[in-house]
Design a protein around this ligand. Sequence first.
Ligand SMILES: Nc1nc2c(ncn2[C@@H]2O[C@H](COP(=O)(O)OP(=O)(O)OP(=O)(O)O)[C@@H](O)[C@H]2O)c(=O)[nH]1
Ligand SMILES: [Mg+2]
Length: 225
Amino acid sequence: MDAGGVDVVLPCLDEALALPGVLAALPEGYRAIVVDNGSTDGSPEVAAAHGAKVVVEPRKGYGAAVHTGLEHATAEVVCFLDADGSLDPGELPGLVAEVVAGRARLAVGKRVPVGRGAWPWHARAGNAVLAALLRGRGLPVSDIAPARAVRRADLLELGVADRAFGYPLELLIRAAQAGWVVREKPVAYRPRTLGTRSKVSGSVKGTARAIRDMLRVLRETRGPR
Ligand SMILES: Nc1nc2c(ncn2[C@@H]2O[C@H](COP(=O)(O)OP(=O)(O)OP(=O)(O)O)[C@@H](O)[C@H]2O)c(=O)[nH]1
Ligand SMILES: [Mg+2]
């Protein structure tokens, strides 16, 4: 992708140890927008020192961070990626290529675990159930992945409303309802950077919160039959 480059939105909550590696791995022409939700480990300063644009979002939640990052993006194509070191920014051009070439409106990563403990079994099982539900709604995906590429204008128009942890699921459901072509590409999924703490699937509290938010999304959306 040339003309204007690509913006990469990185939701971030206490990822100071992971950010240097993640930001250094961004391909040329890919600009980081780190969206922070009140980190207490100096993440915003680390992000800025490593060349990222930093946006502070006072509302808590993955969806709030991702949406605010989208609002601050200016590139035609925007990527989203976790900031915990579990995903390689070097794989983003593969997703962007699908969108730029018109093979997909939305390109998403399908996580392939690399290394022990990359993907806790309960998170993997929950993810598989949700992916099966999505296939039932006509979307051929096998992962609710936190890596994606899409045109900025398309995503704004799609109007994803969840601001918590149901965001990735609602995005896929709305894409299916809008008749978008969604393509999955395999991406390596590694254990998060050593020393950083899991906010979602690695703890009982985080998992319970994600399940609650995703069930709400399922209740509030209706798939085409
Ligand atoms: N801004 C913001 N970012 C968040 C919030 N919760 C999680 N994140 C970020 O969203 C990404 C995903 O969170 P993780 O804790 O890695 O969730 P996970 O991948 O399910 O859990 P792990 O398997 O432990 O990695 C990371 O970059 C987090 O820093 C939040 O409330 N606000
Ligand atoms: Mg993670």
